[in-house]
Design a protein around this ligand. Structure first.
Ligand code: DOR
Length: 446
C-alpha cells in the first residue's frame, strides 16, 4: 500500500484543532505533527489548510442487500458513503431474508468483503423466536443486536414481553432499539383513516407516529436495560420529551446511550409541505421545538452519537398515498456536510461534530483502532472544505435510488477526499472502485 503524506491540514481531533501534517503508512497513521514535510512518501496531498477529520462512523444504515437490491446494495451505497466522508458503517438486518442467524450474518460479511468501499459491520436482528441465535452470538461477530420495539420497514417487530425480557437479560452484545409503540400507532392510524380515508396528509405522520408512541417505547427499553444492567443504545431519538430518559456526559462508561440522526436535526414538520413523502421516515420528523431540543442535547452530550439511518426507497415507491409511501430517506452522501449547516449557524462546533460522528461512536461500540486520529490507528480520514455552503443537486447523487432529500437545500460543507485504511477511496468527485473496506473489530460491550 503506497505511503501518503497529507500536508497543511487543519486537524480536528479529541477536542483540539491544530495545523499539522499526517503521515500514512501501511494503512495506518504513522505520524501527526507540525513539520513532517521532509518525510519520504509516495504521494503528497496538500490539504490547503482545509479541515482533516477522522472519518464518520455511521452506526445505522440500511443498504438493502440481500433481497431489496432494486432500492440499493452494498456496492452502490458504500460508494455514496465514502463520497460523503463516511469511512465505516454498521448495517441493519431488515433485508430479505432478514439477518436473524449467524449464517446470514456471515453471508453479509462475505458479500461486503467483495464489494464494500467502506469498512463494515452488521447487526444481528432480533425476532420473537431467535433468542438462541442471540444468546450464542460471539462478541465481535456483530456490532449489536437490533430490536424493532416498534414495527417499521419489514416485519421484524419484537412484541412478546417474555422475549424482550430475555433479550435484555441475555444478549452478549450491545442492544440497539427502534422505539415506537405499535399499538399506539395503529390506533392513531385508524383515527386518521376514519377522518381522511386514504388521503391522509403527510403532515399527519408525526401525529400518527406520535411523541406518545415514542415515549412509551423508549421508556420501556430504558426500564428493561436498568432491570438487567444491559448495554442499551436507543436509535434515532426524535422528541424533546424522551430526552429526560438519558444522562448528559461522556459516552465512555454509559450503560444506556442514545443516537440522533442527521435528518431529525435538519428538517422539521414545516418541511412536509415542500418535501412530502420524501421525508416520511420512522420515527417521524417532528416539531421545530423537538429539533431544537435535539440539537441542544447533542451540544450537552445527552445525545451521544449522530448517525444517518440511511434508508433508501425508489422515487416511484415514494409517489403514493400516505399509507403506501414507504418510510426512509437516503442520507449517507450528505450527512456529514449537513452537520456543517449547524456549525455555520453556531449551533455545533466542528469539535462536537467530530466527537458525535466518530470518537463517541467508536467508544459506544468498543470499536478497535478507529474513530481517532492517533498514531497506530487505521487511517480513516476525511478532508472537508467548510469554507462556503453548497447546494445538493441530483446529478451528483450516487445512491442507487438516484435522489436526495437535500436537493435544493444548503449543505454546510463539501467532501474533498476520503481515506479508508489509508487508501484514497474518494477524491474530488471520483470514487476509486479498486478500494475495499475491512471488517470492523469490536471489544466487549455487555
Ligand atoms: O424510516 C425508516 N426506514 N425507519 C426504519 O426504522 C426502517 C427504515 C427502512 O428500512 O426503510
Amino acid at each position: 500500500m503506497p505511503s501518503l503524506l497529507i500536508v497543511n491540514a487543519e486537524v480536528v481531533n479529541e477536542g483540539r484543532r491544530f495545523e499539522a501534517d499526517v503521515l500514512v503508512q501501511d494503512g495506518r497513521i504513522a505520524a501527526v505533527g507540525p513539520d513532517l514535510q521532509g518525510r519520504p512518501a509516495e504521494r503528497v496531498l496538500d490539504a490547503g489548510g482545509r479541515l482533516l477529520l477522522p472519518g464518520m462512523i455511521d452506526d445505522q444504515v440500511h443498504f438493502r442487500e440481500p433481497g431489496l437490491t432494486h432500492k440499493a446494495d452494498l456496492q452502490s451505497e458504500s460508494r455514496a458513503a465514502v463520497a460523503g466522508g463516511i469511512t465505516s458503517f454498521m448495517e441493519m438486518p431488515n433485508c430479505k431474508p432478514p439477518t436473524l442467524d449467524a449464517e446470514r450474518l456471515a453471508a453479509k460479511c462475505a458479500r461486503a468483503a467483495e464489494v464494500s468501499r467502506a469498512n463494515y459491520a452488521f447487526y444481528l436482528g432480533a425476532s420473537n423466536d431467535n433468542i438462541d441465535a442471540i444468546r450464542s452470538l460471539p462478541v465481535g461477530d456483530a456490532c449489536g443486536v437490533k430490536v424493532f420495539m416498534g414495527a417499521s420497514t419489514g416485519s421484524m417487530l419484537v412484541d412478546d414481553p417474555t422475549v424482550l425480557d430475555a433479550i435484555f437479560r441475555d444478549s452478549p452484545v450491545l442492544i440497539a432499539t427502534h422505539c415506537e409503540d405499535t399499538p399506539t400507532i395503529l390506533a392513531n392510524e385508524a383515527k386518521y383513516r376514519e377522518r381522511y380515508g386514504e388521503d391522509v396528509p403527510m403532515e399527519a405522520h408525526p401525529l400518527i407516529r406520535s411523541e406518545a408512541a415514542c415515549l412509551k417505547s423508549s421508556t420501556l427499553a430504558v426500564e428493561l436495560a436498568r432491570r438487567h444492567d444491559a448495554r442499551l443504545h436507543v436509535l434515532h431519538l426524535t422528541t424533546a420529551r424522551e430526552l429526560a430518559l438519558f444522562e448528559p456526559g461522556p459516552v465512555a462508561g454509559k450503560r444506556i446511550s442514545v443516537e440522533a440522526c442527521v435528518h431529525h436535526l435538519y428538517f422539521d414538520e414545516r418541511d412536509y409541505a415542500d418535501k412530502g413523502a420524501l421525508i416520511k421516515c420512522n420515527p417521524a420528523i417532528k416539531r421545530a421545538e423537538d429539533r431544537e431540543a435535539l440539537l441542544a442535547a447533542v451540544a450537552e452530550d445527552r445525545i451521544d452519537v449522530i448517525a444517518t439511518d440511511h434508508a433508501p426507497h425508489l422515487l416511484e415507491e415514494k409517489d403514493g398515498t400516505y399509507f403506501q409511501a414507504p418510510a426512509g430517506l437516503p442520507l449517507v452522501q450528505d450527512a456529514l456536510p449537513s452537520l456543517f449547516h449547524h456549525v455555520h449557524a453556531g449551533r455545533l462546533s466542528v469539535e462536537q461534530v467530530v466527537r458525535k460522528t466518530s470518537h463517541a461512536v467508536a467508544e459506544c461500540f468498543n470499536l478497535q483502532e478507529r474513530g481517532f486520529i492517533r498514531e497506530g490507528y487505521w487511517a480513516d480520514l476525511v478532508l472537508v472544505d467548510a469554507s462556503s455552503p453548497v447546494e445538493r443537486t441530483r446529478d451528483q447523487v450516487l445512491y442507487k435510488c438516484g435522489w436526495s432529500p437535500f436537493e435544493g437545500r444548503e449543505l454546510g460543507a463539501r467532501i474533498i477526499a476520503t481515506l479508508v485504511n489509508g487508501e484514497v477511496a474518494y477524491e474530488n468527485g471520483r470514487v476509486d472502485d479498486a478500494v475495499r473496506g475491512r471488517r470492523l473489530a469490536f471489544g466487549p460491550t455487555r
